[in-house]
Design a protein around this ligand. Structure first.
Ligand code: SAH
Ligand code: SF4
Length: 352
């Protein structure tokens, strides 16, 4: 791919594609490997930082290529260390990407986006409220990761496809991005999570790839009736069909799926809902991740009290599945789940 002034964009190129680029510009092939290291592993933000490349070669690279075209338009750091980036592509479209670190773990998790906006329109989600703008290409998805690495100088260890958009409605590009993350960044499949609202046919398609990645379903209701009210996708791919697709995944890959269940005060968080959830998930090989609702300005739902959340979990603990309550990250900077609106209407941003 080339940018406006015909420079080659290196982000997302595999080692063999970099080798082709290097041979095309009449440089020795081994240079590709060095360049690859600097782009994905070190990570360098300019060619000048690539200290084991000769000055002439670095100058030539600057004339012919860019590492990425993405710009950090804004960046904000939470009290808990979570960083939220507002990133801009050359067409002016913006996307949000979040980096989470944990005090007692060496993991660095990037929460990345696959679309600008989202067409699914779940009633509780800030991204959904904005509607769909466009799909991202695999290279654009990768650029989010590079932007984080280049800005922090750190190497990301885990990826969650839980930013803006529905990954399985941008299936081909998401799968391409997963492959690049696995082969070029060398992040293991078991450290990559794809979260979906339940696009049943594409869960099956993904299963056929037989990858060891983590599949997460945004369930959010224990029955079809309630799910329809929260997630319009239920009309297209009803719960039965989605559950069958998940079982196909667990059978074929031998992997447990993650069930994400948003707890919204007095909507889906009663004791009855918890019992219903136990029986729905009885035959599914899964873990349950409870997410207390993060308030967004576009909808009147509330976060349940700690007591209600704990009570709900206690009932799940009577079942056979392991349930955990998701650690809240970046809440003070609207970087928590579902709060990514992809613009700067939010006053918490500071200039980068
Ligand atoms: N489209 C995919 C992935 C992005 S959303 C999906 O829906 O799974 C990532 C997660 O954030 C999903 O589980 C989603 O349901 C959840 N989420 C959306 N809005 C939220 C909110 N206001 N509070 C907490 N979680 C939310
Ligand atoms: Fe789209 Fe996921 Fe938000 Fe639903 S929760 S609107 S699928 S991003």
């Amino acid at each position: 791919m080339q940018n406006k002034i015909n420079k080659t964009i290196l982000a997302g190129l595999t080692l063999s594609e970099l080798e082709k680029f290097i041979t095309d510009i009449e440089e020795p092939k081994f240079r590709a490997k060095q360049l690859h290291q600097w782009i994905y592993k070190k990570p360098a933000s300019t060619f000048d930082q690539m200290s084991n490349l000769s000055k002439d070669f670095r100058n030539k690279l600057s004339e012919l290529a860019v590492i990425t075209n993405i710009q950090i338009s804004q960046k904000v750091v939470s009290k808990d260390g979570t960083i939220k980036y507002l990133l801009e592509y050359p067409d002016g479209k913006r996307v949000e990407t979040v980096l989470m670190s944990y005090q007692n773990r060496p993991n660095l998790t990037a929460c990345i986006s696959t679309q600008i906006g989202c067409a699914v329109g779940c009633v509780f989600c800030a991204t959904g409220k904005k509607g769909f703008v466009r799909n991202l290409t695999s290279a654009e998805i990768i650029e989010q990761l590079l932007a984080i690495q280049m800005d922090t100088g750190l190497v990301v260890t885990n990826i969650v496809f839980m930013g803006q958009g529905e990954p399985l409605l941008n299936y081909e590009e998401t799968v391409k991005a997963i492959n690049i993350i696995n082969s070029e960044f060398e992040i293991g499949m078991r450290r990559i999570t794809v979260s979906t609202c339940g696009i049943a046919p594409n869960i099956r398609k993904l299963t056929e790839l037989n990858r060891q990645l983590i599949l997460a379903l945004s369930l959010h209701a224990p029955d079809s009736e309630l799910r329809k009210q929260l997630m319009p996708i239920e009309n297209k791919y009803p719960l039965d069909e989605v559950m069958e697709a998940l079982k196909f995944f667990t059978r074929k890959t031998g992997r447990r799926v993650t069930i994400e269940y948003l707890l919204i005060d007095k909507i889906n968080d009663s004791i009855e809902h918890a019992y219903k959830l136990n029986s729905l998930l009885k035959d599914l090989k899964c873990n349950i991740n409870l997410i207390p609702f993060n308030p967004i300005k576009e909808c009147g739902f509330k976060k349940p009290s700690v007591e209600r959340v704990n009570k709900f979990k206690e009932i799940l603990d009577l079942g056979t599945k392991k349930a955990t309550i998701r650690l809240e990250r970046g809440n003070d900077i609207a970087a928590a789940c579902g709060q990514l609106a992809g613009d700067q209407t939010n006053s918490i941003y500071t200039n980068h």
